[in-house]
Design a protein around this ligand. Structure first.
Ligand code: AMP
Ligand code: ZN
Length: 114
């Protein structure tokens, strides 16, 4: 078993509340939400951090952002607003070393974040 928790979710070895899935991408609810809508957009490929991206990953990252617009529409957040963010390494607050984007919405979000 791969010890990466997001790979385990991709492989359905541990449960998650999945909102969207295709061959390249999975989107599920964060287990400890910090906003009424707190989703994680996760490329299925195990890419540890943003800094490990290569040219061959460019398409899935573009695809991920397009899917975020689709979910934003479905969740009624268009016009209201939301935030997509990725955390890189210690100072960025990265805890899980499988690239993911937080999609946050449903309340006014502070800027700058802490
Ligand atoms: P990061 O600090 O950017 O690495 O964020 C990791 C996120 O993954 C945190 O917001 C966690 O709450 C979330 N998380 C950890 N384990 C799970 C899980 N099993 N299912 C859903 N979200 C998780
Ligand atoms: Zn992984």
């Amino acid at each position: 078993m791969n010890s990466c928790i997001f790979c385990q979710i991709v492989q359905k070895e541990i449960p998650a509340e999945i909102l969207y899935e295709d061959d390249r991408l999975i989107v599920f609810r964060d287990i400890k939400p910090t906003a009424p809508v707190h989703l994680l957009f996760v490329p299925k490929k195990h890419i540890p951090t943003l800094m490990d991206l290569t040219e061959e990953d460019a398409q899935v990252i573009g695809h991920l952002h397009l899917v975020s617009t689709r979910l934003a529409r479905e969740l009624g957040l268009v016009g209201r607003g939301f935030r997509m963010v990725t955390n890189y390494e210690k100072d960025g607050g990265q805890l899980i070393y499988h690239l993911h984007y937080h999609f946050l919405g449903g309340r006014p979000l502070q800027w700058p974040p802490g």
